[in-house]
Design a protein around this ligand. Sequence first.
Ligand code: IVH
Length: 675
Amino acid sequence: MARNDLTAEYQALKTEIHYHNYRYHVLNDPVISDAEFDLKLKRLDALEAEHPEWITPDSPSQRAGAEPLEQFTKVAHPAPILSLSNAFNEQDLYDWHARITRLEERAGGADFVVEPKLDGLTVVLHYRNGDFVQGATRGNGEVGEDITENLRTVKALPLHIPVVHDGPTVPNELVVRGEVLITKADFEALNRRLVEQGQKTYLNPRNTAAGSLRQLDSRITAQRPLTLLVYAIVDYEGGAIPTTQWGILEFLRALGFPVSSDSCYCRTLDEAVQRCLETDPNAFPFEVDGMVVKINDLVLSAQLGVVGKDPRGAIAFKFPAQEVTTQLNDIGVNVGRTGVITPYAILEPVEIGGVIVKQATLHNFDFIQEKDIRVGDRVLVKRAGEVIPYVIGPIVDVRTGAEVPFSVPHNCPSCGEPIVNPEGEVAYYCTNSACPAQLVRNLEHFVSREAMGIVGLGIIIVEQLIGADLVHDIADLYRLTKDELLNLEGFADKKAENLLMAIAVSKSQPLERLITGLGIRGVGEVAAQALAKHFADLDMLGASSQSEIETIEGFGPNIASSVVEWFHSHENQVILAKLKESGVWPQAESRSATGDQPLAGLTFVITGTLPTLSRSAAKQLIESKGGKVTGSISGNTDFLLLGADPGSKLDQARQRGVETLSEEALQQLIKDRLE
Ligand code: IVH
């Protein structure tokens, strides 16, 4: 290709990637698949490898992080980064309104905007001619720290504001204020990963966002699932901006910034108060500690001025704290699947936000020591929506002297073997690979939805199988027989058959699911996907070297060596040989062909009792082969999978001329289509 064509391709590709990034991370509405997106990124990387001179700071490739810094430099903000005064109830909001109306009569008839008060980290983002040029923390409100490189890795942050036809004009200089956050779900997932890697966990989502933004090595920040929402313009030059808060939110949204969709316009204070009172703090995907009520008219708001650091034109309505105190009755320890031992609090049951809490996490043993938490203490416990409740600390003032300091147990509570704390690590481990507690967790993980997806195999059956000495590792699942299962309590013919079928169906799970299921330290779903893309099967992966694995994006020396170690362990080699012998040996799927997806494009409905498969096993089989299963016959239905004693679906299928299929015919169809 001529050089001109290549530069044109490169520019177009950059724009496209920015667009798809925006669809995914800002609108949460992607229009292409992850695989297609990855291909575009790969092409961009290839072009940049050939022409490093083309790379500019706004290239999507620059989101991966830069060389570590020695320290952060200071940045003076163009205007003070103000704070907010608080309201704790309805009356406080009416009092605020009365106060400002005495100062400016116009405030009496004002309209308002109500926004979630995001519990993240305030950031100040500078754009010059549409390019993101600098980002800073709030600091003391006058001077913050330059965290530009870290912010560049936040995928929801626009690196460039595109000029859109019919869109608003972008001021030459634009300084935007927002909040960097991490969702509750991402926070929990990150902490689970840190536990597996033997690293210190974060205490809460806010602390995670803060810790991630304060990394001197932005490559670490790049691996953190940070996101962003913006809500104000701090300063601008060369252009115009709206004069109402609602206008500002729409303007920022139109420029491509992520803006909360939970903000709302309220014509009167009564409406705004109502909105505050009826909002459920737990309904948000991220932590929100209140609602902010803002005067919509920004000219009026500015006229109202500032008291100390708090503008009079806005106020934070704080939700009742989801924190309570209760007695710490005991400290228990859990054994994770990699042997990591973690402490948890056994509490005097207490209600927090409508839920009875009996246990809470204590993070790690260092935390207990740092906070000097003792058994018998009154402790402050916080619950925020779906986040596992956590202990904040002891209330030292009410100690009676009967509290007992805690020391880390010397032996594993499950197998009794010694617990070790490797030098330089926060984590304590049970190193006995035959520890039953670890095996339970391992199997639980192996059969989970993210891994092999064996439905019907819950923790109780896992414990039963281990207790009956039928299963000593993940591969033993594939050697279970019906007779063995029938000896277990609660197992009759049907249940045994269904379980064996679900286990058999899982053999056709793709390679990445099997890799996830192996439970290699540091290898979750994302890393497993990357490995499955790179290696054809487990033989190839097992034969690879640390340096080869390190060439894969996102793999540092730690994960790479953990993968190599896993495959070199004698015990794991035995497991692999057993898996292979049982036919659990998926091959990487080829990207273009449908591969082992013979039912791709076909839609099925299931009715009646099938001879061997339960409904859910049949559904799983069809879906694992690329087909779709729906609940009712429609114009899109291709086949009715028909068992004994069918329901009304059979009549509907006949009326619509939908073909019926027996279980046997389904198996045949799969075979035929594979050839
Ligand atoms: S407005 C003049 N809006 O809450 C502007 N602040 O306690 C003052 N915060 O440090 C801030 N969500 O970082 C505003 N929708 C929102 C907010 C918000 C979170 C933070 C802000 C500030 C703190 C005030």
